[in-house]
Design a protein around this ligand. Structure first.
Ligand code: ATP
Ligand code: MG
Length: 385
């Protein structure tokens, strides 16, 4: 009996000390580093403002950051809290085979990020410790922590609702934390059936860079390359190269980075620089062709060619007029809306995804300028048959 009480007192004490440690670490943890030197980082203040705005609001909505692959979602979420404390970033990779509930899995990852590994919990559930720590922070009137949950590609999209429910419970309902969930547009659309308002979530969409931002990004990279190679170029040569990159590679930050900070690093001369732009544009287009081919191979053979041709032609026209309602796009391929969403996700990983489905409006468009070019090629091939 005495031993039992002793063990209980010991456990309660160690529970309190664990909670106190977790609370102290949560308050003090630095926001994730933005690992880009100043010259290479493009501040996207308009988008980052929207992500960080609710940090001090009572009962904050969950911010759902979405956008195409490589649009700069993770970077925007991290840089929104640059220099702040009490910001925990986790690359959330609870996969569908895990039997653990989403909230337990997330809490374990958070405690790991705080340097509190499962052994230190002595059998106590991570979620229990974390919730108690958040309540302690709230009682002490300290600033509530921010959790950035970056959902990786292995995350089953159907689990998105469960994740957002947990964020609502701890965020909007209990006001214990502010949540930022980062997911690709494809995952968001596939995983969410409930309306965002019922999950107390607000959407922040990260698109391709504005033309001026893209020009600034390429100009910075070009000047860096010139400085490193002792090259001097005229204003008009500079403008020509910038225009060429934008027209060939588009304005998505990932594509620009691959060319201007990847391929250019291997170039010694200006002609090589120009050739690298062409080679990358072809490579991006090959990925897109591959993604579209896979999608089309999954579509039932009975689907009418004429309708497919018509919608692909429309998607390949410019990005504004090339938008169609999801039901119309799906019926052109002879499939249901949910099958269209599934096939799009299954057809290709990441940057080769053929379509983007805009959450909320359920409109479909080509996922990138390269996907548009792949669609044009397909249209031409079908027309010549
Ligand atoms: N604001 C920025 N300034 C400079 N570089 C950036 C910026 N945003 C993103 N990048 C670069 O572009 C690349 C893609 O960005 P990021 O990983 O944030 O995209 P993402 O949308 O999260 O991609 P994914 O869909 O693969 O998760 C990164 O390597 C990053 O370094
Ligand atoms: Mg990311």
């Amino acid at each position: 009996m005495g031993a039992g009480i002793g063990a209980h007192v010991w456990w309660a004490k160690s529970h309190r000390s664990r909670v106190a440690r977790a609370a102290a670490k949560l308050v003090a943890i630095d926001a994730p580093p933005v690992r880009l030197s100043e010259g290479l980082f493009l501040p996207r203040n308009e988008v980052t403002k929207g992500i960080a705005a609710d940090r001090r609001t009572e009962c904050p909505n969950t911010v759902l950051v979405t956008g195409d692959c490589g649009a700069g979602k993770s970077m925007a979420a991290k840089s929104a809290f640059k220099g702040q404390q009490g910001v925990v970033y986790t690359n959330f990779n609870c996969n569908p085979t895990d039997t653990e509930p989403i909230d337990a899995c997330w809490a374990a990852q958070v405690l790991q990020a705080l340097g509190m590994h499962s052994l230190a919990l002595q059998g106590e559930a991570a979620l229990r410790v974390l919730k108690a720590a958040l309540q302690e922070i709230q009682r002490n009137g300290k600033q509530r922590p921010v959790f950035i949950i970056d959902v990786d590609a292995a995350f089953a999209s159907a689990q998105m609702c469960e994740l957002l429910r947990m964020c609502k419970e701890l965020g909007a309902d209990a006001s214990l934390a502010h949540f930022v969930v980062v997911a690709t547009a494809a995952h968001t659309v596939a995983g969410l059936r409930a309306p965002l308002s019922s999950l107390c979530a607000k959407l922040v969409e990260i698109g391709d860079l504005e033309t001026e931002e893209a020009q600034e990004y390429v100009k910075g990279a070009l000047r860096k390359w010139c400085a490193a190679h002792g090259a001097v170029i005229t204003q008009s040569e500079e403008s020509n190269i910038i225009d060429k990159v934008l027209s060939k590679c588009g304005t998505r930050v990932l594509y620009l980075k691959v060319t201007c900070h990847g391929s250019w690093g291997r170039c010694e001369t200006l002609p090589e620089l120009n050739a690298a732009i062409e080679a990358d544009a072809e490579r991006f287009e090959r990925w897109a062709v591959w993604g579209l081919d896979k999608f089309l191979a999954l579509v039932p053979a009975t689907a009418a060619r004429a309708q497919q041709l018509e919608v692909l032609r429309q998607f390949a026209s410019d990005s504004k007029s090339g938008t169609l309602a999801l039901d119309r796009a799906a019926s052109a391929f002879g499939i249901t809306e949910s099958r269209f969403i599934e096939l799009n996700l299954d057809s290709a990983p990441g940057a080769a995804l053929p379509f983007t489905i805009v959450f909320g409006t359920r409109q479909v468009r080509a996922a990138s300028v390269h996907a548009q070019r792949a669609m044009l090629k397909q249209v031409a091939a079908w027309e010549s048959e």
